[in-house]
Design a protein around this ligand. Structure first.
Ligand SMILES: O=C(O)c1ccccc1NCC(=O)[C@H](O)[C@H](O)COP(=O)(O)O
Length: 255
């Protein structure tokens, strides 16, 4: 069983529990939706999506001690255009409490990084203050992907559709997705290869689609490479979570 399959199996259990316990009326959204797409349209430069991620299946514990609010505020002060928050507990040591705290502490779009397979998770993301949700093409059949995509859009959320190969990219494009995340990490083998961004970038309609290069970005050379390929944003987690001096790290790698 691949790690993605394991995560999705665990999500099915989580969703079943959520359906028993989560009442929509419990928590209404009061914050406005911050648009990441508008930011990209207003500023043609390369955007940073900075991630809060304590742990991951490929790396184990990355940094268990950081405070999500301090980290997110530092990301904001250093010029990030969006903060990504992992909310999966079992595999990434994240939580919706992290997301809610981050939402309250920054004036930036917040991406809910999770493995969404059901509308109820979108309701929870929306009510927790997320502005953008992630849909991973590899983890959904076409009908469910389409249903979840339109459901989220109907709530006013933006949707980052994540792909790793040509077939998945075609599905994202058929949906009409504007935010397309190319994951450089193969979620079956954990192998990271920036050539995935370079390859798929050639198939992107750069006039309408916003290409986000995700995972494995560690250096100025990596950023230059994906930018050269046509990426409009980079999503960086581990490199920022391990940095002892975030300002220095970003100065050194971000162009
Ligand atoms: O990071 C993992 O090990 C992982 C494993 C299985 C599914 C998803 C996984 N990561 C989620 C992500 O998309 C990354 O956190 C994100 O792209 C940032 O990557 P990085 O900069 O390499 O931390």
């Amino acid at each position: 069983m691949t790690i993605l399959t394991k995560i999705i199996e665990a999500k099915k259990v989580e969703v079943a529990r959520l359906k028993q316990s989560y009442k929509l009326a419990d928590q209404l959204r009061t914050t406005p939706i911050y648009s990441f797409i508008e930011r990209c349209e207003q500023n043609q430069g390369l955007h940073l999506i900075a991630e809060f991620k304590r742990a991951s299946p490929s790396k184990g514990i990355i940094n268990a001690h950081l405070d999500p609010v301090e980290q997110a505020q530092t990301y904001q002060s250093l010029g990030a255009s969006m903060v990504s928050v992992l909310t999966d507990q079992q595999f990434f040591s994240g939580s919706f409490a992290d997301l809610e705290k981050v939402r309250k502490s920054v004036q930036l779009p917040v991406l809910n990084k999770d493995f969404i397979i059901d509308k109820i998770q979108i309701d929870r993301a929306y009510r927790s203050g997320a502005d953008v949700i992630l849909l991973i093409v590899a983890s959904l059949d076409e009908t469910r992907l389409t249903e979840l995509y339109h459901y989220a859009k109907g709530l006013g959320l933006e949707v980052l559709v994540e792909v790793h190969n040509e077939r998945e990219l075609e599905q994202a494009q058929t949906l009409g997705a504007r935010l397309i995340g190319v994951n450089n990490r193969d979620l079956k083998t954990f192998e990271v290869d920036l050539a995935v961004t370079e390859r798929l970038a050639q198939l992107i309609n750069h006039d309408r689609e916003i290409l986000i290069s995700e995972s494995g970005i560690q250096s100025k050379a990596d950023i230059a490479r994906v930018k050269q390929a046509g990426a409009r944003a980079v999503l960086i987690g581990e490199t920022l979570m391990r940095a002892t001096n975030l300002q220095e790290t970003l100065k050194n790698i971000f162009i």
